[in-house]
Design a protein around this ligand. Structure first.
Ligand code: ATP
Ligand code: MG
Length: 263
């Protein structure tokens, strides 16, 4: 069995009187595609916001295992940029790109979190800075090719078709070389053709060894891509298991009453 890379214990998040996350346990294993599903308002995005340092959880623990460094890192309470440095990268439910920057620049920004040249280099452009900059550009080209956006690299992000903007967000996240990639509804708003392309891309990224945790409403996508699925309702985990187990789980069927689980 593969190793755990993310471990979450008893995560709870209160907003005033609203308990958006209620004692949630979840783990992600190295190399797997895990999915987090649940009805609207279940707390899925809140969970990502807690993982990535946008929200400070009311209770609970978040650990990231960096086996390559022989480290167990507690992410709770860290600022978003620190969380990214440790190896969690994400995309957003509502696309967040730099619209007036080029596609290439949007990816380069993701990469800059791994280099020291960014801040200092803005003032003193020495040979080391230039070399790092060249490496960043080269890597960004590779990633853009991977996600199929090379032909757009000099276009402003805002001018890309919608599906391509979503893929650019994934490219920017990949540029941080994450241990775990978090995708919040990557297929939202996509047409069927774009969705198929996205499924292929996610599969390809996973084949490269990238561990992925994705939130998604498209059941067909979730069922076909995921190794394991976690189901939330009202801030609580109500089920977890392989797609075929989740499809038959009575609690899940009840939570999705009126919706297609076995799409
Ligand atoms: N910053 C906030 N302040 C107050 N309440 C919040 C905040 N963020 C989320 N909530 C509440 O927490 C609950 C969970 O919201 P969340 O956005 O995490 O759900 P979700 O599962 O991602 O839903 P969707 O599928 O619609 O994206 C909701 O009741 C929401 O109103
Ligand atoms: Mg959400």
């Amino acid at each position: 069995m593969s190793e755990t890379i993310l471990e979450v214990h008893g995560l709870t998040m209160d907003f005033g009187g609203v308990r958006a996350l209620n004692n949630l346990d979840l783990d992600v294993r190295s190399g797997e595609i895990a999915a987090l599903i649940g009805p609207n308002g279940a707390g899925k995005t809140t969970f990502f916001n807690c993982l990535t340092g946008l929200y400070l959880p009311t209770k609970g623990d978040i650990f990231l295992y960096r086996r390559d460094k022989d480290k167990k890192i507690s992410l709770k309470g860290l600022k978003p940029n620190k969380v990214t440095e440790h190896g969690l990268a994400r995309t957003f439910q509502n696309i967040r790109l730099f619209p007036m920057m080029t596609v290439l620049e949007n990816v380069m920004i993701g990469r800059h979190c791994r280099t020291k040249a960014f801040v200092i280099g803005a003032f003193f452009r020495g040979p080391r800075t230039r070399r790092e900059e060249e490496e960043i550009i080269e890597m960004s080209h590779r990633i853009l090719e991977k996600v199929g956006l090379s032909r757009f690299e000099n276009d402003f992000a805002m001018n890309l078709p919608y599906g391509a903007q979503r893929r650019l967000e994934i490219a920017r996240a990949l540029a941080t070389e994450p241990v775990l990639l978090l995708l919040d509804e990557p297929a939202a708003g996509m047409n069927p053709y774009e969705t198929i392309e996205l499924v292929n891309l996610i599969q390809e990224i996973a084949t490269d060894g990238q561990s992925i945790l994705l939130i998604e409403h498209d059941m067909k996508l979730v069922m076909s891509l995921s190794d394991r699925i976690f189901v939330m309702d009202y801030g609580k985990k109500i089920a977890q298991g392989r797609p075929e187990e989740i499809r038959l789980n009575p609690a899940v069927i009840t939570a999705y009453l009126g919706e297609e689980v076995d799409a």
